[in-house]
Design a protein. Sequence first.
Length: 387
Amino acid sequence: MEGRKRVAVLGCTGSVGTQTLDVCRQHADRLDVVFLSAHSRTAELTAYAREFEVARVGVTDPAHAGDPVLSELPAGCGVAAGMDAAIDACLAPEVDIVVIAVVGAAGLTACYRLIKAGKTVALANKESLVVGGDLIMPLVRPGQLLPVDSEHSAIFQCYLGERASETHLIWLTCSGGPFFERGRAELASATVRDALAHPTWNMGAKITIDSATLMNKGLERIEAMHLFQVDVDRIRVLIHRQSKIHSMVEYADGSVIAHLGASDMRIPAQYALSYPERWETPAPRVDFRTLSALTFDAPDMETFRCLALAEEAARVRGTMPCVLNAANEVAVGAFLDGRLTFTGIDEVVETVMDAHQVAPVDSLEQLIDIDGWARGRASAAIASRSR
Ligand code: NDP
Ligand code: MG
């Protein structure tokens, strides 16, 4: 079919990746999947490569690039091994838009290189902007970086036809996670199972834990600060348990424009691919007559310390958000493995932030070095706690 948008998906095996493929399936007359990458799940990757008949795939973990299942890839389908080779494949002229759906700071190099080379990017990977927003944003042309994160897609839409200079506040909504209204003592004994039980969204393990600690909202505040070039103090977190309002922009005149809809990541993923058009919804619609209430609360930043730590990193700026993010990734990994308590997550992040000598962001290499330093510090802090 002629005239279809040619899509590459980095991280196609994850929660956002598979939902993006669902959108591509439903709009096969408009979207042509041309490249897919996975990190470790090569069996799923192979199945998607066959379904979408892609000419090339990427396996970003080189240890999986020789998995026997890859012999079942479609005839002639090449394998790009490692992240750099996967990014090179996305830079090919046959790719119109790249969805970055990998998790963690692993998305940084991809986002930076693709934006620098002028590719259009649909960005789910918030960590790349948290860590590298100062490097990436000055390179972005209008319409080149389309947010997939639901709140940021919402804010982007609340700005359509408006003047950003007339912003009074951004209201960044937050479900509150599974531990809403719990105290610090209760959080200390929270299990992995409790923390993975998110009330409104079904997501990958790392972001689900971040949603329980509220670090996700702290990261999203930094993401919004970069995407919309708004000071952190003008981005206010609002607990909204029903996840129907995805965020709001309040303008100078007191008018508040909100974005509402179903809690389904396929909607913002699709909008990033259809922009500036709107296509038939991939998800069930909301019947507002069936909703009894939309509720709002202020977040508890004393209990959910991650939100306060992210705010501090956003104020300090420079390399501090990189340290916040890296320490958090290691701490969340340790919690998921049973090596750290739930409240240990923010304690480890704080310890690593306290040890960091902040500097202005100057290069990708500097950020990769600092990310490595923070990971080492976080691992040491976790090991010393269990001694
Ligand atoms: P998942 O854990 O479900 O998926 C992660 C994807 O990244 C998988 O394809 C995985 O490959 C790949 N991956 C894992 N580690 C690496 C690595 N080191 N290098 C390259 N690729 C890697 O995550 P989600 O889909 O939940 O989240 C993806 C991103 O989107 C995150 O940044 C998250 O914050 C953001 N996001 C997610 C939302 C959601 O609803 N899930 C909502 C809004 C934002 P494999 O499986 O093959 O190992
Ligand atoms: Mg979000």
